[in-house]
Design a protein around this ligand. Structure first.
Ligand code: AMP
Ligand code: ZN
Length: 122
């Protein structure tokens, strides 16, 4: 946990978010500035700054979080199959366009064209 981190504050319930799922590993909530009709953030409960900070020892929880994505996407309105689907983005570090320094997966879906940004910080 990090005192000033906005996503840690959401994990602790100190600031509101539109939470759609939580388990022992992560919290999932709607992006406040959506780039697509469906735009969710999958956020580990532990304060990990970015994908640059994970390694082989993190494979289990990272894998569990990744494996949740299809169900979270379909539960929140992403259409199944090749005609539907979703995009997953992990911005990492300044060169990766990361703005919030707490690891998160963007899940973006819904019919195109998307009204917002084509991809976060693209
Ligand atoms: P990134 O550029 O990958 O770090 O993405 C950060 C994302 O967090 C952006 O898409 C923001 O819109 C989103 N965001 C920032 N603050 C909040 C918040 N309080 N609740 C929900 N989403 C947020
Ligand atoms: Zn944090």
């Amino acid at each position: 946990m990090s005192d000033q981190c906005i996503f840690c504050k959401i994990v602790r319930g100190e600031i509101p978010a539109d939470i759609v799922f939580k388990d022992d590993d992560c919290v999932v909530f709607r992006d406040i500035n959506p780039a697509a009709p469906i735009h969710l953030l999958v956020v580990p409960k532990n304060h990990v700054v970015s994908l640059q900070d994970v390694g082989p020892a993190d494979g289990e929880w990272l894998g569990r979080m990744m494996a949740l994505i299809p169900k979270i996407a379909s539960d929140n309105g992403c259409d199944p199959g090749p005609q539907g689907g979703f995009r997953v983005v992990i911005n990492s570090g300044a060169h990766g366009g990361q703005e919030v320094g707490h690891l998160h997966f963007h899940i973006m879906g819904g019919p195109r064209p998307w009204a917002g940004r084509a991809a976060p910080n693209a």
